[in-house]
Design a protein around this ligand. Structure first.
Ligand code: F3S
Length: 62
């Protein structure tokens, strides 16, 4: 699974980076997702982060 942050939607609320710092980091005021597959042990936290995003900017795909 891979995570993506839509930079046009992200409002920089930082919840994703707080919930799953292994996958999401803040770069300035926007979050970015680590490229490449999400480590299996991080998938639940990444899904939590996607669900927590108030503007649904995070996509998690196979
Ligand atoms: Fe942005 Fe949503 Fe994360 S607004 S900082 S992608 S929780």
């Amino acid at each position: 699974m891979n995570a993506y942050v839509d930079p046009d939607l992200c409002i920089g609320c930082t919840q994703c980076a707080g919930l799953c710092p292994a996958v999401f980091q803040m770069e300035g005021t926007l979050a970015v997702a680590q490229p490449g597959p999400i480590p299996p042990e991080e998938v639940p936290q990444a899904v939590d982060a996607a669900n927590a995003c108030p503007v649904s900017a995070i996509r998690i795909e196979e």
